[in-house]
Ligand binder design. Structure first.
Ligand SMILES: *Cc1c(COP(=O)(O)O)cnc(C)c1O
Length: 510
């Protein structure tokens, strides 16, 4: 406390109060310009500190080097703004993975567009908070309009749809399942679960149907909603990794259950596979339940004239999760939750005396607090709006198509390689495969080789590729390229494949 008081009084320490500058909003960007200049210079200089797409040596070496660079994270006396920024920018750059590197192709972890990063900085400078109109007049207007336009893009009626920007697919899926639960229980049992909690009559009977290939956030959401993960009915997938409709029909036909929602996936994390949306919409209607579509990955296809047809039927969903920080090249976070009917968001509404008093709202000071699970909320919509304005829908579509093309090329090369085995043709921009050694060892040995070769690429800082597991019945460990970098070339893909094969040969030879 003493030190803090001293800083504020501008005495003992070198950091006088006048030197601790606010960004000053639009009226004073001079200090921020200096600081950003210093930070960007440090990033430029750090390019040479790391040879490849990730720091070499593995977790212990990374932790050791970071400790050497930054020994005391909460010092009593500060070292000054430029020194601190430079230090952290350098250590972060040196010890981070670089999603712009063509050998970084593991996760739905995109290289962000420079224009989106700059827009995010504008959002930070102005720091609007979307929980009340009087903290965010411009952001409130822009988010409302962008949500309406994007609702139109998925095929919803922009006048009746609703939505909100979220931290990502995890939050959007939680919202989709929450609102489906509220709607179904209100319709079928006349209960208001927000007020009264879950009625005894439905306990143990509520079910959420999702595919075995769905994102794990479905299970977690169901647990958070108090239903217990055993309420999730994981429908097996067919050979194309899509929800098996015949099994779903059978499960929905069981008496005595309360189907809350069919949670479909449009773009599974591993395969990019898309559940049969029109059929699922029809089943949801027949069984008086809801359809939520997790398009956290596949939503990017909406911008591609070539791929958009894969999402036909999505507008029949009651709600949709989209993520612009995956197939949309935004820095995290940039998630969007859409509901076909804005009235479905009603269970989230809150009237809070110090944020959005009713008479203020009646007078037109509307607040987006009503749509979100969060209170303080930064305008993640701004970078999305800037990006769409800069590139247009077609510009984003070209990036999507470039990654899709690259995935098809990679799949062809893998398929043609005698020591690699392609698991499935790419739907969007992922390629799942595995190494098969020159000798053909047993399944457990193949799994071990594939796991080890990926770790070898990590440890040497050569490449970051994905890994998944198809489960015992389908034959275990698989490797994955998630191609989200539109600047990656075919030659880069060839190099990456060669690195995988070389590492596999080394591991197989052990
Ligand atoms: C990444 C992903 C999510 C989770 O989204 P976050 O933005 O990471 O919260 C949900 N569903 C699918 C299909 C995903 O690929």
């Amino acid at each position: 406390m003493d030190n803090q008081a001293a800083i504020l009084e501008g005495r003992r320490t070198g950091l006088a109060r006048s030197a601790v500058r606010l960004t000053g909003g639009v009226s004073d960007t001079a200090r921020l310009r200096q600081l950003l200049e210093a930070a960007l210079t440090a990033l430029d200089e750090s390019a040479v500190l790391r040879a490849g797409p990730l720091p070499a040596g593995g977790p212990d070496a990374v932790a050791r080097r970071i400790r050497t660079a930054v020994d005391d994270l909460v010092p009593a006396e500060g070292i000054g703004e430029i020194a601190a920024l430079t230090r952290f920018a350098r250590v972060m750059a040196a010890e981070s993975v670089d999603p712009t590197d063509p050998a970084c192709q593991a996760h739905l972890h995109c290289p962000p567009l420079a224009v989106a990063v700059a827009a995010d900085a504008v959002a930070s400078v102005l720091n609007p908070s979307l929980d009340s109109w009087d903290q965010a007049p411009a952001a409130t207007v822009l988010e409302s309009r962008l949500v309406a336009e994007l609702a139109g893009l998925v095929g919803y009626d922009p006048n009746t749809a609703g939505g909100v920007f979220t931290s990502g697919g995890t939050e959007s899926n939680l919202m989709g399942l929450l609102l489906a639960r509220e709607a179904v229980l209100a319709e079928r049992f006349g209960v208001d679960t927000v007020r009264d909690g879950l009625p005894a009559v439905v306990l143990g009977r509520m079910r959420v149907y999702t595919s075995a290939a769905a994102h794990f956030s479905m299970q977690r959401s169901v647990a958070l909603l108090g239903l217990g993960e055993s309420a999730v009915v994981a429908i097996p997938v067919d050979h194309r990794q899509r929800m098996d409709l015949s099994v779903l029909r059978r499960e929905l036909g069981r008496g005595d259950t309360v189907p809350l929602v069919i949670a479909a996936t449009a773009g599974t994390t591993d395969f990019g596979s898309i559940d049969p949306l029109p059929e699922l919409a029809e089943l949801a209607r027949q069984h008086r339940t809801r359809l939520h579509v997790d398009a956290a990955y596949g939503g990017g296809a909406l911008f591609s004239t070539r791929l958009a047809g894969l999402l036909d039927g999505i507008a029949r969903a009651d709600s949709i999760a989209l993520d612009f920080h995956k197939f949309g090249w935004q820095p995290i976070a940039a998630g969007l939750f859409l509901a076909g009917r804005s009235a479905d968001l009603a269970p989230l509404a809150r009237q809070v005396a110090y944020l959005n008093p009713a008479d203020d709202e009646d007078a037109g000071y509307t607040s987006l607090l009503h749509r979100s699970l969060r209170t303080s909320r930064r305008p993640d919509m701004l970078k999305v709006a800037v990006t769409l304005s800069a590139l247009g829908r077609n510009g984003i579509g070209e990036l999507v198509d470039a990654c899709h093309e690259l995935a098809r090329y990679a799949a062809d090369r893998i398929d043609a390689h005698d020591r690699l085995e392609l698991t499935a043709s790419p739907v969007l921009s992922t390629v799942v495969f595995r190494y098969r050694g020159p000798r053909y060892p047993d399944a457990a040995a193949i799994d071990a080789i594939n796991a080890a070769l990926r770790r070898e690429l990590l440890a040497t800082g050569t490449a970051i590729i994905g890994r998944t597991d198809l489960g015992a019945e389908s034959g275990g460990v698989r490797l994955k390229f998630t191609l989200l970098n539109p600047h990656t070339t075919r030659a880069d893909v060839d190099t990456l494949i060669a690195a995988v094969v070389a590492a596999g040969d080394r591991e197989a030879g052990r």
